[in-house]
Design a protein around this ligand. Sequence first.
Ligand code: PLP
Length: 391
Amino acid sequence: MSLSYGRPYLAIPGPSVIPDPVLQAMHRASPNIYEGELHDLTHSLIPDLKSVALTDHNVAIYIGNGHAAWEAALANVIAAGDKVLVLATGRFGIGWSEIAEGLGAKVEIIDFGAQTAIDLDRAEQALAADQDGRIKAVLAVHVDTSTSVKSDIAGLRAVLDRTGHPALLMADCIASLGCDRFEMDGWGVDVMVSACQKGLMTPAGISFVFFNDKAGAAQNTAVSRYWDWRPRVKPEVYYQYFAGTAPTHHLYGLRAALDLIKSEGLDAVFARHAKIAQTVWAAVDVWGADGPMKLNVANPAQRSHAVTSIAMGSDAALELRRWTEHKCGLTLGIGLGRVPEEHYFRIGHMGHVSGHMIMGALGTIDAGLKALNIPHGRGALDAASEVIATA
Ligand SMILES: *Cc1c(COP(=O)(O)O)cnc(C)c1O
């Protein structure tokens, strides 16, 4: 029999669950794009996006996914031949480096593997070795979604300051914005990229580049008109916000999503994500006590609060994902970028995720382990509910 008739649950690390108020806000006729409500709504998004990123600086909106924001950010400050240092902790760091290569940058990658954060000492050595300051930008992914590794971006700023290195600090917060605490100004980040379909709970399609004055002063004047962030942050006419037609319905959806964050409060949003992540970790620890399951990241301080990567050591991960989806309507994330991919799965717990949702997801995984005879420790749901009980 199938128990999948009911509301499906997409528990992957993006796109995330779309809240009903976001769906409802998008369910409307096309608005007037020349004047009126849509213009006011777009203006209203800017301060709220900045407050989620904890910055007073600039934000440019692009119609595109996270890859577009990667390219937009680089195109504005990196010219062909410029050197960038990429600190990779998973597939997304590598992906950003490939975009930089495509733009003609000279890319140096330090790959920290798939289970630990950026090693700040190694980063410091690389920057100290760059005596004549040829590295124009340091690229770091705050939370690499493929591994669920979280790195210390404030610590990276301190490394740049200690070495007196002038490079721009560029952070990818696509998986962390609105989930894990991130403070653009407080942590001294010059450029930050994000997108709307993860912590911001809106269907994929718009992305953001935040940048401060130091990044603005490093402007690559050869940037193409389309990627140029200057008209997008100081539009003289409305269409310059988007270099063309506005992404009308996404803007309504994002407005509703930002309202949800505002009404919950950003600190409460971070605290909820932390609690839900701890609930997941507690369950996996018990499952793994008597079987092959293991959290990918050993150090809790280096674990994302938005996504958890779990190693199974066999194709059991693939079988489990199939079972939870087909039997119970719960879709889990693939082992993206891992070798072999079938040995890993991820639980996305970013954005619009409540205590009962995560308990349901964990209960479904627990049932799948039993149905498939995958060895596992008993009592994971008890451990999870103990964490929820102390909320
Ligand atoms: C999802 C994600 C991306 C890619 O975003 P797309 O919208 O799929 O292009 C890049 N970086 C991180 C950290 C992500 O989580």
